[in-house]
Ligand binder design. Sequence first.
Ligand SMILES: Cc1cc2nc3c(=O)[nH]c(=O)nc-3n(C[C@H](O)[C@H](O)[C@H](O)COP(=O)(O)O)c2cc1C
Ligand SMILES: CCCCC(=O)C(=O)O
Length: 337
Amino acid sequence: MRDRIGRAAHDYFAGGAGAEITLRDNHAAWNRIALAPRVLRGVGERDTAVTLLGERRRHPVLVAPMAYQRHAHDEGELAMARGAAATGTPMILSSQTTTAPADVARAMGETARWMQLYVFRDRALSFEIVEAAREGGYEALVITVDFPLGGRRDREIASGFTATHPTFLNHGENLSPDVRHTRHDPDLTWDDIAVFAEASALPVVLKGILHPADAELAVQAGAAGLVVSNHGGRQLDTVVSGADALAPVIDAVDGRADVLVDGGVRRGWDVAKAIALGANGVLVGRHALWGLARGGAEGVERVLSDLVDEFDSTLALLGCRTPDELSRDHILTAPWA
Ligand SMILES: Cc1cc2nc3c(=O)[nH]c(=O)nc-3n(C[C@H](O)[C@H](O)[C@H](O)COP(=O)(O)O)c2cc1C
Ligand SMILES: CCCCC(=O)C(=O)O
């Protein structure tokens, strides 16, 4: 993959903060959960559909927002969108998209798309994103709240990735790490959320919650959903994984908002564990990105359809016909953990 996309882009995509302890733990944490199947429950007829933000979806998987996708594949976000749409997978488009939101919306067709929002010091830039979300028929605004500034990413610093494909917001300049990591508004607070909710007239999802007390504040701020996430281990090293942070957040939210989770999700049973713990949906980041880099739209489609198929067969093997039938009764702390 390094040969295909170049070392700097590879290290930007693959890397995490610091010594990447959290990055490694994100997937390992799912493996510390053991499954406890039930048998003889008649699982011949199954349906993977779930309800997310009040809408019925074919399955609980979404594509996570990821910046600069043309650095992974020439067709970038367009190919990601086509692969996602082919599998009925909602895509969350990054603020740092290298394809116009309107073009991505067309490629998604009937499949849902959500827009991710970074709040920059230059608020006008952020309102451009909100406007594009409305115009492109995006169904939710995902405000990322774990990025007051960029994390210290040793691998990225060493290989010096500069984003050279123009993004929809930067009108021409290259995005060096210094620019990328200092445009964000570090003074953002809970009070600002309502402004964007109002401007977009869309349901707001807050992405990057790990602490149950923040989950409570998110509900109070009117969030329709939240994403339990450590940003793919890219922000602060040694923070807790999404898998481990999930249950306390679900308990704090207590059904008042949808809860999604991400970080290290690669297998159908990872998805099943998230749903069994009480999540409504799961975001997939790098796993989809490597599909894109390997094979464009077809590569994305393969990765996502395999993941959903594997989730479906996991349901059967756990004795469930629908995601609703998954519960904490199906999970244990792994004896090997
Ligand atoms: C290359 C890359 C770029 C990302 N860009 C964004 C972004 O623009 N906005 C955002 O909210 N999260 C961004 N993220 C974080 C992802 O949305 C997601 O939280 C994380 O990748 C999930 O972990 P996983 O890659 O292990 O699935 C990015 C992640 C990666 C790997
Ligand atoms: C300004 C950087 C946005 C991309 C991002 O969120 C990431 O690299 O993790």
